[in-house]
Design a protein around this ligand. Structure first.
Ligand SMILES: [Fe+2]
Ligand SMILES: [Fe+2]
Length: 138
């Protein structure tokens, strides 16, 4: 499987959120490397780490959005999207823990990558105008 490349275009302009996105991508890349090295146990552990990093990130991103005054249906939709994505990610981690067959693991990991990359490159992109006024450096 190909590693996920972090692109300049992936930066939203908010230091903490960008750093968390990079952390999640890095955790997924650890899982991909382990998969490519045929280390199933390490791959499953890395998937769990990626899901944990995603959970922490969603909760923090929602707090940041509220701090920036993001409210109403747009906020609720985004938070609900996080909830659905996290549920799927947790299911994927649980399934991978039970079943280490290569084809199965590859398909589940590809799903997880799709969800996370979609969050960063598509869904969160809509937040830029709410976050880009202020570059937080801590
Ligand atoms: Fe995000
Ligand atoms: Fe998000």
């Amino acid at each position: 499987m190909q590693l996920i490349q972090w692109l300049d275009a992936d930066e939203l302009g908010h230091y903490a959120i960008d750093r968390e996105h990079r952390d999640v991508v890095e955790a997924l890349n650890v899982a991909i490397k382990a998969f490519n090295d045929r280390k199933s146990e390490a791959c499953v552990t890395a998937i769990e780490s990626a899901v944990d990093a995603t959970r922490r990130h969603f909760s923090h991103e929602e707090a940041v959005l509220l701090d920036f005054g993001y409210r109403g249906d747009d906020f609720e939709d985004h938070a609900a999207y996080h909830g659905r994505l996290l549920l799927e990610a947790e299911k994927i981690a649980a399934l991978c823990k039970k079943d280490h067959r290569r084809e199965f693991l590859e398909a589940r990991l590809a799903e997880l990558i799709h969800f996370v990359v979609n969050e960063i490159r598509s869904y969160d992109r809509k937040l830029v105008r709410h976050l880009s006024d202020t570059k937080i450096t801590a």
